[in-house]
Design a protein around this ligand. Structure first.
Ligand code: ADP
Ligand code: MG
Length: 350
């Protein structure tokens, strides 16, 4: 008798977020100190007077970075910065990290030193202590996993699910630069592969290349918001692209948003490079990803406090879920924002 074929569901059918929800479904938390588990930028643990924050991010060679154009020092720095960014996204202050590495025999002690030089520089910059980790061999190239621990006064915590109707939507810095930096580096890599005598031409693209290879976590914004006495009503960091993060806040808060295209902060070099590549710069800002800027909502009463801040941009407002999640174009048309990603969104553009 033929046996029933075991069920097989492709992970690609579910997607990353679907898979995380699928895992989450079968776990309940049982400890009173677990204030917030899966679903935000960091887990929140009751530590008495304060909350402790905990976040992990893994970077794998060939998926998250390409060593043909990524200096190991930058990679070490970035691996710390992206974890600190998740602590920042809770409005918290990072304190400690652990670093786990998987290495193949392609890597020398000098290579490990270069990686840790970047890690050390980031530790100094963000004032975090390296307190442990794990070292193992890998057959799949370099794997780097960092866990960051942070602290926050309980009343300052900013989660994804607490935005309110009529709140103002803000974003720090500028968007889409890292994506354009990646396009430049990929183009130069291809040129080099076709003709190894050609030198990579990245002069003039410094800002966007740096945004990809060595991003900063926006701890400066966290500190400045504290100085201004503004506690965001919700917050997330932009790792997958503005559109995706907007969806997370809206979905988890059960609300909608209107975002104004003309208010999207885009650097001039991102703009001109997007034009060179015949890519719509708004698409880069919405779906590019790896910006590591902060997306947050504030109460209307706090608007006066941030409106003149050089690096905080008001991009829209929160509304009822029934009104949708829209991009209001320069022609004042409300177009539903799609979060499926680049390919879908790029249709008809450029
Ligand atoms: P971020 O982009 O902010 O790092 P992720 O999208 O990676 O966040 O993760 C979203 C949430 O899902 C986080 O709370 C994270 O801890 C949790 N998560 C991700 N992967 C897993 C996993 N394999 N098992 C349990 N929780 C996970
Ligand atoms: Mg995050």
């Amino acid at each position: 008798m033929a046996e029933d074929k075991p069920k097989r569901t492709e992970i690609s059918q579910m997607g990353e977020f679907g898979l995380i929800k699928h895992i989450q479904k079968s776990f309940k938390t049982v400890n009173a100190s677990t204030k917030l588990g899966i679903g935000d930028d960091a887990a929140v643990i009751d530590a008495g007077d304060k909350y402790m924050l905990l976040s992990t991010d893994m970077l794998t060679e060939g998926v998250h970075f390409d060593l043909s154009y990524t200096p190991l020092q930058h990679l070490g720095y970035k691996a710390v910065a992206v974890n600190v960014s998740d602590i920042a996204a809770m409005n918290g202050i990072p304190k400690q990290i652990t670093v786990s590495i998987g290495l193949s025999n392609r890597f020398s002690v000098e290579a490990v030193d270069a990686l840790y030089e970047g890690i050390r520089f980031a530790c100094e910059n963000y004032k975090v202590d390296l307190i442990g980790g794990d070292t193992t061999s890998s057959q799949a190239g370099l794997v780097l996993s960092i866990t960051a621990v942070g602290e926050i006064e309980k009343e300052l915590l900013a989660c994804r699910n607490t935005a309110k109707v009529n709140d103002i939507v803000c974003v720090s810095g500028d968007l889409g630069a890292a994506y354009m930096g990646l396009q430049v580096l990929e183009r130069e890599k291809l040129t080099f592969q076709e003709n190894p005598n050609m030198q990579p031409q990245i002069q003039g693209y410094d800002y966007i290349v740096k945004r990809l290879l060595r991003p900063e976590a926006r701890m400066d914004i966290v500190h400045e918001l504290r100085d201004l006495k503004v506690v965001p009503t919700s917050m997330i960091d932009i790792s997958d692209g503005l559109a995706s993060e907007i969806f997370h806040i809206c979905e988890q808060s059960g609300l909608g948003m209107n975002i104004y295209e003309e208010n999207l902060p885009i650097d001039e070099l991102t703009y001109s490079t997007a034009a060179e590549f015949k890519i719509d710069p708004n698409t880069c800002a919405l779906n590019g990803g790896e910006d590591y800027e902060l997306l947050f909502t504030i109460a209307q009463d706090d608007f006066e406090k941030v409106k003149n801040h050089r690096d905080i941009h008001v991009i829209g407002y929160v509304q009822e879920a029934s009104k949708g999640i829209n991009l209001v174009t320069r022609a004042q048309q409300a177009v539903p924002i799609q979060a499926q990603g680049w390919v879908h969104f790029n249709k008809g553009n450029a």
